[in-house]
Design a binder for this molecule. Structure first.
Ligand code: SF4
Length: 284
């Protein structure tokens, strides 16, 4: 099968950096003690399993950590959680992506300047949760059904979860702008890396018979990629890895496209592409 790979796909700077930091900490024998990560280091089960084999223990809450080193993942953590880790005397290694930190800083500044902070994003996503923890009473707006949460006649300071699409952010700004507010200040906190992956995926999926989007089912940026591709090519499939491919979906198709979220390791993309190309050669 002919397989085309998106120009921009796979690990972004923020994720590469977090993985490198995790590997360095795990390799540092002198540090001693267990190395923990507060929540999965990235939303990719295969990569989390790989690092678990190297000694990284993922926990859901601060209460599960008594001693050792704690890694703050690329999505960041709420100030309250970090304070609680400090109070326990733990060694904290911060691998939060600089762009995620920027959203947190902006949320704090908007609040100091008297704005009601509004973030366009997914309420349960850890990045959004961390931003919510940075200011008082942040309003999270996922889509138009959440607009009723906005206060009337307020000064709104609007930011966005880094991995949303410009299209969705723009649509939500238009919808918020139709409500009642006294002032609206918008700061663009979208991640350019995520946008480049979206643009390159959309370009590619126009040219192929089937589009495969590789990445964790929990990964917001991967789900966003799949959602955008599906709008252009109905034959879009979001898979975590090669083992999830239902081979009936490639029957009768000649050209396939492959892209991957910012948290999908290269080895998963390579394995998928190699195996899919082998179909042409009677690889099954
Ligand atoms: S997608 Fe962007 S914001 Fe998210 S970790 Fe990567 S570089 Fe940072």
């Amino acid at each position: 099968m002919e397989v085309l790979v998106a120009e921009r796909c796979g690990f972004c700077h923020g994720v590469s950096n977090a993985i490198s930091i995790a590997e360095e900490v795990l390799a540092d024998k002198e540090a001693g003690g267990q190395v923990y990560c507060l929540g999965p280091i990235i939303h990719n089960r295969d990569e989390v399993d790989r690092l678990a084999k190297a000694g990284l223990k993922t926990v859901d809450s601060v209460d599960e950590i008594r001693s050792g080193t704690v890694l703050i993942r690329s999505h960041g953590a709420a100030p309250k959680q970090i304070q609680s880790l400090k109070e326990r005397g733990l060694n904290i290694v911060d691998a939060t992506c600089v762009l995620v930190k920027r959203v947190q800083r902006i949320a704090r500044e908007l609040e100091t300047d008297g704005y009601k902070v509004v973030i366009v994003g997914e309420e349960r996503h850890p990045e959004v949760q961390a931003v919510v923890g940075c200011a008082k009473n942040v309003v999270v707006i996922a889509d138009k059904s959440d607009l009723h949460k906005l206060p009337q006649n307020a000064k709104l300071g609007v930011v966005c979860q880094t991995t949303q699409s410009p299209e969705h952010f723009g649509a939500m700004l238009g919808a918020i702008g139709q409500g009642s507010f006294s002032e609206m200040k918008v700061i663009n906190t979208l991640c350019k890396e995520a946008i480049k992956r979206q643009e390159s995926a959309i370009r590619l999926c126009r040219r192929v018979d089937a589009m495969f989007v590789l990445g964790g089912l929990e990964s917001a940026n991967t789900r966003r990629l799949a959602e955008l591709c599906r709008k252009v090519n109905s034959q879009t499939f979001h898979l975590q890895n090669w083992s999830e491919l239902d081979r009936s979906v490639i029957g009768g198709k000649r050209v396939a496209g492959v892209t991957a979220g910012a948290s999908t390791p290269k080895w998963i993309i390579d394995e998928f592409v190699t195996n899919l190309r082998a179909v042409e050669d009677g690889g099954f």
